[in-house]
Design a protein around this ligand. Structure first.
Ligand SMILES: Cc1ncc(COP(=O)(O)O)c(C=O)c1O
Length: 404
């Protein structure tokens, strides 16, 4: 608020009041740059998704809107490959879905086992710790994944009630193999929670077949929709765990009992819980429709193909990928090592200014050590691979020259 004050006379001209001037920045048109977002998210939204997000408002319980919610629910079940009743969107970004899983599935008598091989495991462990809940961790360096043997050993040792794994660890660009993990967890009476924010839709995911108990994603990655509503699904086992809690869920906003009712998952009449991000739900509906029309298998193939083009191109430029083992690379996000003596920030700035291409910086322990290139949903095309390679190659050449 500006300090300049003016005197105005109220409607009845009876007394004077002090009102500050409107901020000058809001009296000018918004300065909006167009960019090709080739970082780890958000992705650009296709015009169809943007068009849907700009549709007029409906009420959160209007039948036309609840029908759209039902379509979103069907779309989530498709991309997760699940028949879970408790399948909804949480209002908020991917982090809100992570918090929903934490708050509903854990209570003070529980122990969570968290797989940390990058930034997102750390984040979840922090979240659990803040709830005063016992957290045990297993570690792999960022850029590596956990084996079934390591997981089993930790399950035996810590006897957790929940195991958290990141499917697509976007800080290290790995793809955690999930087959067999759910069965293993259930053998030890433990639930499996998976973060697939930076992978699902672009790589195979079989929530039911892989016995995953809770799975969540964000809207702004492979779905290429605006952030603000995040899909999440709970298995029968996970739902039972929530229903049998001895302590109340420490959040009204993220209480799955309320959300399941609002998303018509409990067979009861829908009741108002909160006003959801209506425009984001329109957007996510269209993002899911794009994926449904394309077909999941085609989407998985497209992501794999474009990622391979990217790996080939990066090697030609002489750049090294963080993840050596091809079988555990996440095609949606690729971490590229910053060569010695290169100013990583100058490269990002050059690509942004010259090509309007946004290349992601490293996150957490890898800040300044890697760049991260995203190929997700609408942005995952061979043309974009060529564009980002050209931008990167020229940025490297020009920023090196500028330093000499
Ligand atoms: C693996 C992973 N989990 C969780 C998140 C958090 O999602 P959001 O930024 O939408 O809150 C991200 C974001 O990049 C992510 O990559």
């Amino acid at each position: 608020m500006t300090n300049r004050q003016i005197c105005v006379i109220d409607d009845n001209f009876t007394k004077m009041s002090n009102v500050s001037l409107p901020p000058e920045c809001l009296l000018k048109p918004m300065n909006f740059p167009h960019k090709v977002l080739m970082g780890p998210g958000p992705s650009n939204c296709p015009p169809r998704v943007l068009g849907a997000s700009a549709l007029p408002m409906l009420g959160p319980l209007h039948p036309e809107f609840t029908m759209i919610m039902d379509e979103v629910k069907a779309g989530i079940k498709y991309i997760f490959q699940t028949n879970n009743e408790w399948t909804v969107c949480v209002s908020g970004s991917g982090l809100a879905a992570m918090e929903t899983a934490c708050l509903n599935l854990l209570e003070p008598c529980d122990t969570a086992l968290v797989g940390i091989n990058g930034f997102w495991g750390e984040r979840f462990a922090d979240m659990v710790h803040r709830q005063g809940i016992d957290v045990k961790t297993i570690h792999r360096p960022t850029g590596e994944v956990f084996t079934l043997e390591e997981i089993e050993e930790a399950l035996k040792k810590h006897k957790p009630t929940l195991l958290f794994l990141t499917h697509g660890e976007s800080s290290g660009s790995t793809l955690q193999p999930l087959e067999g993990v759910g069965t293993l967890c259930h053998k030890y009476n433990c639930l499996l929670l998976v973060d697939s924010v930076a992978a699902c839709g672009g790589v195979p995911m079989f929530m039911d077949k892989w016995e995953i108990d809770c799975l969540y994603i964000g809207a702004q990655k492979v779905l290429s929709a605006p952030p603000g509503a995040s899909p999440i699904s709970f298995s029968k086992r996970a739902k039972e765990k929530v229903k049998k809690r001895v302590s109340p869920i420490r959040s009204f906003n993220f209480d799955m009992n309320h959300l399941a009712n609002y998303w018509a998952c409990d067979g009861d009449v829908r009741r108002y819980h909160h006003t959801g991000p209506i425009s984001c739900i329109y957007g996510i509906r269209e993002g899911l429709a794009v994926l449904a029309e394309q077909g999941l298998e085609e989407s998985w193939k497209k992501h794999k193909h474009c990622a391979e083009l990217l790996y080939e191109g990066l090697e030609k430029i002489g750049l090294e990928l963080l993840v050596k083992d091809k079988s555990i690379r996440n095609p949606c996000v690729t971490a590229v090592k910053v060569p010695d003596g290169v100013d990583w920030k100058a490269v990002i700035v050059y690509a942004r200014k010259t090509y309007r291409v946004e290349i992601g910086a490293g996150l957490g322990a890898l800040a300044g050590k890697v760049w991260r290139i995203g190929l997700m949903g609408y942005n995952c095309t061979p043309d974009n691979v060529r564009l980002v390679l050209r931008a990167l190659e020229e940025s490297l050449r020009m920023t090196r020259t500028a330093k000499l």
